[in-house]
Design a protein around this ligand. Sequence first.
Ligand code: URA
Length: 431
Amino acid sequence: MTAFDAVDVIRTKRDGGTLSREQIDWVIDAYTRGSVGDEQMAALAMAVFLRGMTRTEIVQWTDAMIRSGERMDFGSIGRPTADKHSTGGVGDKITLPLAPLVASFGVAVPQLSGRGLGHTGGTLDKLESIPGWRADLTNEEILSQLGSGCGAVICAAGAGLAPADKKLYALRDITSTVDCIPLIASSIMSKKIAEGTGSLVLDVKVGSGAFMKDVDSARELARAMVDLGADAGVETVALLTDMSTPLGLTVGNALEVAESVEVLAGGGPADVVELTVALARKMLEMAGRPDADVEEALKDGRAMDVWREMIRQQGGDPDAPLPTSALTHTVVAEGDGVLRTLDALAVGVASWRLGAGRAVKSDPVQAGAGIEIHAKPGDAVRRGQPLLTLHTDDEWRIPRALEALAGGIEIGAEAVAARGVVLDEVVADRG
Ligand code: URA
């Protein structure tokens, strides 16, 4: 591989130029091996943040990150595979009911997931609140579970999958270069393409609790990812979905597991069911099962049976009581009217401060911490009526959570116009 000088690569991007394939291959490889250091990669990430990337650069950057590690292959399990990835939101527990629901139709669902950082929760943190459940599986265990009657796996992505992204994502997190479309698109798609799924549905969140605050930037991110998938031969579709208010009625690890189990039992909040069903339909359509009756599989217990088996195969006890927090605190409505705003970011930060999330990767999370939501935007409320119940093990966290909620709850005379959860769909541009 041709060697470059990292300073020249940084200068090219700083001055608004286009990086060549050779420069990209070299810098990603050198960074993964440690011969380009964090300070130079941080400068390059900031240059990309400020100057952007062409579509060709994004494709080549993604490809170099895929080639930094291993590629998985699910060909041996003999059934179609479908995966979903969310760009992250507050109360977003959809993976939990979705994976077993889709697998109940004979489609294998390999959900290699992450832990939460900052105000958005992590799927693995949620599942780890189930006594005994194990996130770390070997590649052999993943293949065996996918090929078994269960067919669904939710586990940690192994260290060998896109290691360049693991390093770069941690660096972006501490250099304020996360919310950048070329870097998010290449980060997510390098992992998903390396994972080897046959088809992929992206849930691109839009609103205060998401990376993308408005529909236009969410659409641009979705388009970049869908095109990367198409270029790599992975059929990819994106749904743009609302993240202006938390999804469902719970935020926090064990609280969200309990709500997911309600959905698998045929109940649960309407917005969680709506999004689970919309994503399941898309995944099944792409996996060649367009007629699958997903609502029926939630009602008749088929999805629940797969969930229980999936939890058991990963060492968990689906019947064990979930952990609860030591303390609760109720937030009440300050007046009569209609709840106009329950801001996703405010609730996400409050839940994180209650102990449900972590500030740095090594922090532990409290399984029982989080927030129960008693009223959603559009609901009529009366002064003194409970709006939220805060859960935590530590008294000192409550005032900090209340501070985060200040300004995030608005009660007014008139309701805001209601919008559904799914806002738009982006498919590959074949032109
Ligand atoms: N999730 C990822 O995996 N990468 C990003 O850059 C943002 C969200």
